[in-house]
Design a binder for this molecule. Structure first.
Ligand SMILES: Nc1ncnc2c1ncn2[C@@H]1O[C@H](COP(=O)(O)OP(=O)(O)O)[C@@H](O)[C@H]1O
Ligand SMILES: [Mg+2]
Length: 246
């Protein structure tokens, strides 16, 4: 069993405090739904866990299996088993998607895998994603549709199978079929051994991935935690009832 512990985390961007004391523990096998109105710090929390340099941690702790990761770079955190599926995946002109995925896989395997072996793995993992293999030849995310970018994130998640996945609005921009494919992939028995934090606004997505825990973040703080009943209540009543509790 592995564990991420976030303790009284304060995070600023360009001297503006965004997270104002977040406490959250996620263990292997748990799926945490993270909800909250736009602009309240959900992506900031995930980026801070991943180690984005723009997000300054002014106080608090992030522990992976009891050890602080705050001094670790993004690639060290990735190698330690943390993965972020980004809300807005970056385009990398000039780098083919296959080259990129090869680099991603090999960075986690001491460069031990040959391209042929990696290609085989990619084909296998892409298969369940309804992912057009022609996208491997194109530059990373360049001209990909919203749905294709999101599937590319899930492809990386499947290739790495990390200890913890932080999944930021993967369902935004997906059509009904793609939503079904993505949630089916996340429901894979092997992947579900991970701990996950999943950000989404939509109950229809959470219904498919069955979170074990749910949290609401407002103004940089988790103001409500519980089980999936929180997702149901937000779906029917919005956020006013949570705000009223502050
Ligand atoms: N790179 C950035 N530079 C400046 N402000 C930012 C940056 N990223 C996020 N913010 C601000 O931080 C706040 C929280 O943003 P974010 O974590 O993206 O919210 P959420 O994911 O909950 O919609 C917002 O006010 C947003 O404008
Ligand atoms: Mg966000």
């Amino acid at each position: 069993m592995h564990k991420i512990e976030i303790k009284n985390l304060h995070v600023s961007i360009e001297d503006k405090e965004i997270l104002k004391g977040v406490n959250l523990t996620v263990k292997s096998g748990e799926i945490h739904a993270l909800m909250g109105p736009n602009g309240n710090g959900k992506s900031t929390l995930l980026a801070a866990i991943m180690g984005h340099p723009k997000y300054e941690i002014t106080s608090g702790e992030i522990l992976l299996d009891g050890e602080s990761i705050l001094d670790m770079t993004v690639d060290q955190r990735s190698k330690a088993g943390i993965f972020l599926a980004m809300q807005n995946p970056q385009t990398i002109p000039g780098v083919s998607n296959l080259e990129f995925l090869k680099y991603v896989v090999n960075a986690h395997n001491d460069n031990s895998k040959k391209l042929k072996e990696i290609f085989q793995e990619i084909k296998e993992k892409a298969n369940g994603l309804d992912f057009d293999l022609n996208m491997l030849k194109r530059f990373v995310n360049d001209g990909f549709s919203g749905g294709e970018k999101k599937k590319n994130e899930i492809l990386q998640l499947k290739l790495l199978n990390p200890l913890f996945s932080l999944i930021d609005e993967i369902d935004s921009g997906l059509d009904v079929d793609a939503l079904e494919v993505v949630s089916k992939n996340l429901n894979d028995e092997e992947l579900k051994k991970q701990g996950m934090i999943i950000v989404s606004h939509y109950d229809r997505f959470f219904k498919k991935v069955n979170p074990t825990h749910a949290h609401v973040i407002i103004d940089g703080k988790i103001v409500k935690s519980g089980g999936s009943e929180i997702v149901d209540k937000i779906n029917s009543e919005g956020y006013s009832w949570v705000k009223g509790n502050e």
